[in-house]
Structure formats: C-alpha cells, structure tokens
Design a protein around this ligand. Structure first.
Ligand SMILES: Nc1nc2c(ncn2[C@@H]2O[C@H](COP(=O)(O)OP(=O)(O)OP(=O)(O)O)[C@@H](O)[C@H]2O)c(=O)[nH]1
Ligand SMILES: [Mg+2]
Length: 169
C-alpha cells in the first residue's frame, strides 16, 4: 500500500553492448539512435508504480575506472553483454569478474541481471552460453541471466518484470 519506494539501478557493460539503447527502450523512447556515452547518464523512471533511478556509465576503456564510485548506493546491477560479439567475450568476462568481485565487497545485498543483448542477430549466443563464458556460477551473488534485443524490444518486458520483482523485496 502506498509507500513510495525508490530504487537505484546501475547499468554497466562494455562499450557498444547496448546500455543506452536498453535504457531508451525501457523508458519507451526511440531507441534506434544512440551515441557512445561519455561519462554517465541518469534517468528517473516509474515502472509499475516504483520509482527507479537508472544510471548508465559508459563502457569505453578509459571510463571503466570510474565504475567503482557508483557501487555504494545501488540496489540492482544490470550488466549488458553484446551476445553476438564472440571476439570480445574474453574481455567481458574479465571486466564482469572485476566488477562483481568489488561489488560483493561493497554491498551484501544486490541483485544482478545479466542481459545477453542483441539476440536479434544471427550469431548471438544463447543465455546458457553467455553464462558459461562468464563463469557466472562461480560468484556468490544473486544473479539471473536473460536474453533480449534492446533494439527490437524482445525480452524487455521480462527485464522490466525482473526489476520490479527485485524492487518489491
Ligand atoms: N542488432 C542490435 N543492435 C543493437 C542492440 N542494442 C544496441 N544495438 C546497437 O549497438 C550499438 C551500441 O549501442 P549503445 O546502446 O550506444 O551501446 P552502449 O553500451 O550504451 O555503449 P557505451 O555508451 O559506449 O558504453 C548501436 O549501434 C545500437 O543500435 C540490439 O539489441 N540489437
Ligand atoms: Mg551508452
């Protein structure tokens, strides 16, 4: 009943993985045009009556050292992977390992959603493949993995449902 909740969600992942596109799709904006994020962007959303502040930090190499400063106040982390970019999967694995290891130290209660994005592309890996390549089972953290296409909208409703469900706890 009526208590106003507000949750903070951090969206991370390599450059070009689709974070800005995802954020636009979730907020029902035109998601077909996006520029690389230089720094970070914040967006206040209302999803099924829950106030949510989303922060996307750009994923370019030189911005990754700034990711740390955002961990303290977050309730959820969404990690976006370009599931069609087989070439960079090793780099993704390395970076998510660093992030989750630090996050676990800073927060003891945070939920992580890994999105295997760009599932519209023919070469896209399945969720199971992505989970395996990132060795997600090795982390002592509450995580889920889902596939989506931030561009076309497939799986976006599921991502929103995940956010809402985790926010209700
Ligand atoms: N085919 C396909 N392309 C996508 C999808 N999501 C994003 N893209 C494209 O991928 C490119 C990068 O998307 P962005 O959303 O800007 O990526 P980003 O993760 O925000 O990148 P940085 O801000 O640099 O970290 C753009 O050309 C998008 O149109 C998707 O689901 N399918
Ligand atoms: Mg971006």
């Amino acid at each position: 009943m009526g208590t106003q909740q507000s949750k903070n969600i951090l969206i991370l992942g390599l450059d070009n993985s689709g974070k800005t596109t995802l954020l636009k799709k979730i907020s029902a904006e035109d998601s077909t045009v996006s520029l690389p994020t230089l720094g970070y962007t914040e967006k206040q959303l209302k999803l099924k009556n829950i106030n949510i502040k989303c922060i996307e930090v750009g994923g370019r190499q030189q911005l990754r050292s700034t990711w740390d400063q955002f961990y303290k106040n977050i309730d959820q982390l969404i990690w976006v992977v370009d599931a069609a970019d087989h070439r960079r999967m090793q780099e993704v694995s390395l970076e998510i390992d660093i992030v989750l290891t630090k996050l676990i130290q800073v927060k003891n209660k945070v939920s992580v959603l890994v999105l295997a994005n760009k599932c519209d592309l023919q070469l896209a890996m399945t969720e199971a493949e992505v989970a395996q390549r990132l060795a997600l089972h090795t982390f002592t953290i509450d995580y889920s993995i889902q596939k989506c296409s931030a561009l076309r909208g497939d799986g976006i409703e599921d991502a929103i449902n995940w956010i809402v469900q985790k926010s209700a706890k």
